[in-house]
Design a protein around this ligand. Structure first.
Ligand code: ATP
Ligand code: MG
Length: 670
């Protein structure tokens, strides 16, 4: 007789998590909510992200399959951290769960279905610089007289298009409301947009906004896909909902449908991206839009000591446009107030921070539990230097990032072109590295190239060294040119593109090493970077995947470094307040807390709305601290051009009662 054997789904396995014990009542209600729409709106540190994490675990515990869940987060890092947390709760194959930023999910959908939009699977993703280059080409070939009227630069045009994409508004409307001084040339701008869009299809390139707007279009125009993804993503969850824009909301709805299972969490007091088209109304009016939604509010803060929380509450109370909420602390008093620390100047500020970090370390606080937060990237320069001098390891997640550096982009240009042989921007970047080749000869070669069959077909046929006929190449560049063409040959083996590390090696050995040595003073440092890039690339076998990853990392998300281990090692974090959203540290140093720095001078001159957004950013900054908070500012700002400028403490500090802080008098000593 055959033996009877039953396979159990996860739902039947004994639950390991004591949901009731690990969550408060509101969190528990949200985590175990029945299917449908759910909103959790609550202040900072109240466990919104924790709620989402447990919700994922709960769904899995109840037999939902990982690939039926779509988890949208603000950064890739956040997605990774949440997945780690979920796996510690429920064993699962995280590969199967769909999670990441809107852009990365959009990219995934497009890779599979690009043909439906007239693109090819191997499309390139342009970053801001590539986009600017392409826009310049479009503008200059448009025949529009850009000299007559002070015509906006390519970057500004890019911003206008981006705003239109993200807010889903008509271009005319964006120009009238946000850029009224360009009203006179609105028609030209509209024409350029059309040319730019055509050019992107022609060169098989997408910009960042396309990853979302084209995904939306893809779903709108293809009902079969809409149905397919809708039935796949049984549960959609979104963190930081207060910073979503109209495009993202439409994308979400396209995936859930009007009756879908959608859970969003957020805090209106932390909406800080209106300058990028985010609209806080999405969360404030969520219930109007989804009338059957259940709403959960959490009024307890688990993150910060009461002293820090009190300062945060007092500050945000100054905003008129807000839902009043007073967060109550779950933690006991610490007996130490947030420190207000004026310092002589920027370098004294840097010394203070470095010294305090070392002391904290002695007290047993780990370096990755410490962050230095600032309003603008350049505020970090002196601190970077001081930490370097004292040998304190730090990781920086603002400003020029690894993947945006010229040498990394140069190497990537070769790879992009090998994969997408219609990528004009990469081609231009690549050939212009050859001494003696400028824009004009590069364009000529490009036009020759476009006439070849290889440039038009999906599979590479023939050899670059035979096809890229250097007729238009000046004599003195010939030798390097040949070397360059042979290098390209090496990137494609038997009609197939080589693996990323093989490609990087060929490019480096074939042409780039020599170029780099003649071009850059710090060639050695750059060589190490490229080695690191090559190490990083080993985990990818598909160059397309590698290149997508590269573009995604250098674009919206600044929270990634090539080497995961380097990121996890013990180091202080230096980052902008914007990038710090959702994160927490034992100790936070908020630096340059002077008026005109934070709030930003522009926001002071602008409307109240601008200042209120800055105050929300201040609220985000303060609420990152779990135990200790230092607000520091230099009394004098030494400026090479303007001499010494006297600084005043930020109005966000002077407008709250002084007794909420402890002032430190710092003197130089021995
Ligand atoms: P933010 O608004 O900054 O994004 P958040 O509301 O998402 O914050 P979380 O990051 O989820 O808050 O939680 C803040 C901290 O409080 C985390 O360390 C979390 O583990 C802890 N926490 C949240 N809820 C509870 C709870 N019920 N019991 C114990 N700790 C909790
Ligand atoms: Mg959060």
């Amino acid at each position: 007789m055959p033996r009877e054997y039953t396979l159990h789904t996860a739902a039947h396995a004994a639950p390991r998590i004591d949901y009731k014990a690990e969550l408060n009542e509101q969190q528990y209600a949200a985590v175990t909510a029945p299917p449908g729409q759910t909103l959790v709106i609550a202040g900072a540190g109240s466990g919104k992200t924790r709620t989402l994490t447990y919700r994922v675990a709960w769904l899995l515990d109840n037999g939902v399959l990982p690939d039926q869940i779509l988890l949208l987060t603000f950064t890739n890092k956040a997605a990774r951290e949440m997945l780690e947390r979920v796996t510690s709760l429920v064993p699962l194959d995280t590969q199967r769960l769909w999670s990441g930023t809107f852009h990365s999910i959009g990219n995934k959908l497009l890779r599979w279905n690009a043909e439906r939009l007239g693109y090819r699977k191997g499309f390139s993703i342009m970053d801001r610089e590539d986009q600017k280059d392409l826009m310049e080409t479009v503008i200059s070939s448009s025949g529009i007289d850009t000299a007559g009227f002070r015509f906006p630069k390519a970057e500004v045009i890019g911003d206008i298009f981006s705003m239109a994409d993200n807010t889903c508004m008509r271009l005319e409307e964006i120009i009238l409301t946000r850029y009224p001084y360009f009203e006179k040339i609105a028609d030209q701008i509209i024409r350029i947009r059309k040319l730019y869009q055509d050019k992107k299809v022609e060169t098989n390139c997408m910009d960042f906004d396309d990853l979302l707007s084209q995904s939306l279009r893809l779903l709108k125009e293809n009902e079969d896909l809409q149905e397919r993804y809708r039935s796949q993503f049984e549960f959609v969850l979104v963190d930081e909902y207060q910073d979503t824009n109209s495009l993202q909301c439409q994308f979400i709805e396209m995936l859930t449908g009007r009756d879908g299972n959608l859970m969003v969490v957020g805090d209106d007091a932390q909406s800080i991206y209106s300058w990028r088209g985010a609209d806080v109304k999405n969360i404030l009016e969520f219930h109007d839009y989804w009338p059957r939604a259940t709403v959960h509010k959490i009024e307890v803060n688990y993150r910060s000591v009461p002293e820090v929380l009190e300062l945060a509450n007092a500050s945000i109370a100054n905003n008129r446009a807000q839902i009043r909420k007073n967060l109550l602390p779950a933690r006991p008093l610490k007996g130490q107030l947030p420190a207000l620390v004026p310092l002589d100047n920027g370098s004294a500020q840097a010394s203070f921070i470095a010294q305090r970090i070392l002391e904290l370390q002695d007290e047993g606080v780990e370096l990755n539990e410490i962050a230095v937060l600032y309003r603008a990237h350049f505020h970090s320069m002196e601190i970077q230097m001081e930490l370097t001098n004292r040998g304190i390891p730090f990781q920086i997640t603002s400003g020029l990032r690894f993947f945006e550096q010229a040498h990394v982009k140069d190497v990537a240009a070769f790879m992009k072109f090998a994969v997408n042989r219609r990528d004009e921007v990469s081609f231009m970047r690549m050939v212009k590295l050859i001494p003696g080749i400028g824009g004009a000869s590069a364009t000529k070669v490009w036009n020759e190239w476009l006439k070849t069959e290889a440039s038009q077909s999906e599979v590479m046929t023939g050899k670059f060294s035979d096809l890229l006929i250097p007729m238009s190449v000046p004599k003195k560049a010939r030798e390097t040119w040949d070397q360059f063409a042979y290098t390209l040959d090496e990137l494609i083996v038997d009609g197939k593109v080589a693996t990323p590390p093989e490609m990087i090696r060929s490019i480096y050995d074939g042409v780039y090493e020599e170029y780099m040595k003649s071009k850059f003073k710090n060639a050695e440092q750059r060589q190490q970077d490229l080695e690191q890039l090559s190490n990083y690339s080993v985990r990818f076998t598909d160059p397309l995947e590698f290149l997508s990853q590269l573009s995604l990392l250098s674009g919206v998300d600044t929270d990634n470094k090539p080497d995961q281990q380097a990121q996890d090692r013990d180091a202080v974090t230096l980052t902008t307040a914007h990038q710090a959203k959702g994160l927490e540290w034992h100790t936070v140093f908020a630096v340059w807390m002077a008026d005109g720095m934070f709030p930003h001078a522009r926001a002071i001159e602008e409307s109240d709305a601008g200042l209120e957004e800055e105050r929300r950013l201040f609220y985000v900054t303060v609420t990152r601290a779990k135990d200790e908070l230092y607000l520091t500012y230099p009394l004098i700002n030494h400026q090479a051009r303007d001499g010494d400028i006297l600084m005043k403490p930020s109005r966000f500090i002077t407008e709250v009662p002084m007794e909420l802080m402890e002032k430190w008098n710092v003197r130089s000593g021995w």
